[in-house]
Design a protein around this ligand. Structure first.
Ligand SMILES: [Zn+2]
Length: 265
């Protein structure tokens, strides 16, 4: 884990996202005290803000008892790892269920249980807006607002935006006007003060397709406009920005591109 910081530095990154365990498996070897210490030391040395992304197997909206149990244990384990590593945010996709209302209620109950099992933790869960693939919930700001309103200790929850997911979910932020309308809507429904992280991905797929396929910033269906708006938006000056494209060899270039957008008039 501790090697992630130096690797991010090599790309010229100013923040990073990690997995605290294999994102496509339930089980994970225990995290040693040495590894936690080394990680915290690296965070101190580099000064880079870090967020963690949760396992892709987790579904807090499931009705199926065994699946639900495994999901809850997994989130508790990941949040515990974040706490030990000093990572302030664990980003989670809210979950899926064929019935929207029922699913959102189940997600809130699951979050209540996670919170009850992790009292006084500093590390917090950020619910990520999704592309709305299949029966995934969280692709409308209203879904996130509903989960926030039904979760007892909602003050422990934050939000993570993802430009690709928003666009795929039907939020057209590809123009300057569109960008501002989407952010105003987000502010009105969930509150921008809850947004601690933004995933900076373009989309391979068109507006409203509800298919989640990330593309490099400015090279997909969204284009550069919202990234320029975001990089210059004073409301996000302290928000962590993360690239989630499958091209690590081009991260350095993408980071430079984003930084030049921030400087452009
Ligand atoms: Zn994302």
């Amino acid at each position: 884990m501790s090697r992630a910081l130096a690797r991010a530095e090599e790309h010229g990154a100013r923040s990073l996202q990690v997995f605290t365990k294999n994102a496509r498996g339930w089980k994970a070897p225990p995290l040693t005290e040495e590894e936690c210490h080394a990680f915290r030391e690296e965070v101190r040395r580099t000064g880079l803000p870090v967020v963690a992304h949760g396992s892709y197997l987790v579904n807090l909206g499931t009705e199926e008892p065994a699946q639900r149990e495994k999901s809850l244990d997994c989130v508790v384990e990941e949040l515990t790892r974040c706490e030990r590593l000093g990572i302030p945010f664990l980003i989670l996709h809210p979950g899926g269920h064929p019935d929207e209302r029922r699913g959102l209620a189940l997600i809130s109950r699951a979050l209540d249980e996670v919170h009850a099992r992790t009292p006084r933790f500093q590390s917090r869960i950020c619910l990520e807006v999704t592309a709305g693939q299949g029966n995934c919930l969280g692709w409308r700001f209203e879904h996130l607002a509903e989960v926030l309103s039904q979760t007892k200790d909602a003050g422990r929850l934050g939000i993570c935006l993802d430009t690709c997911h928003l666009f795929a979910a039907g939020y057209d932020l590809s123009t300057e006007t569109g960008y501002h309308e989407v952010m105003e809507e987000c502010d009105r429904v969930v509150g921008l003060e809850r947004v601690h992280c933004v995933h900076l991905n373009d989309s391979k797929k068109p507006l409203g397709c509800r298919v989640d396929r990330h593309e490099e910033v400015g090279k997909g269906a969204i284009g550069l406009t919202p990234f320029r708006c975001l990089m210059k938006d004073a409301r996000f000056v302290n928000t962590i920005g993360i690239l989630e494209t499958p091209y690590p060899e081009r991260y350095a270039e993408a980071i430079k591109r984003l930084e030049s957008l921030a400087r452009r008039k």
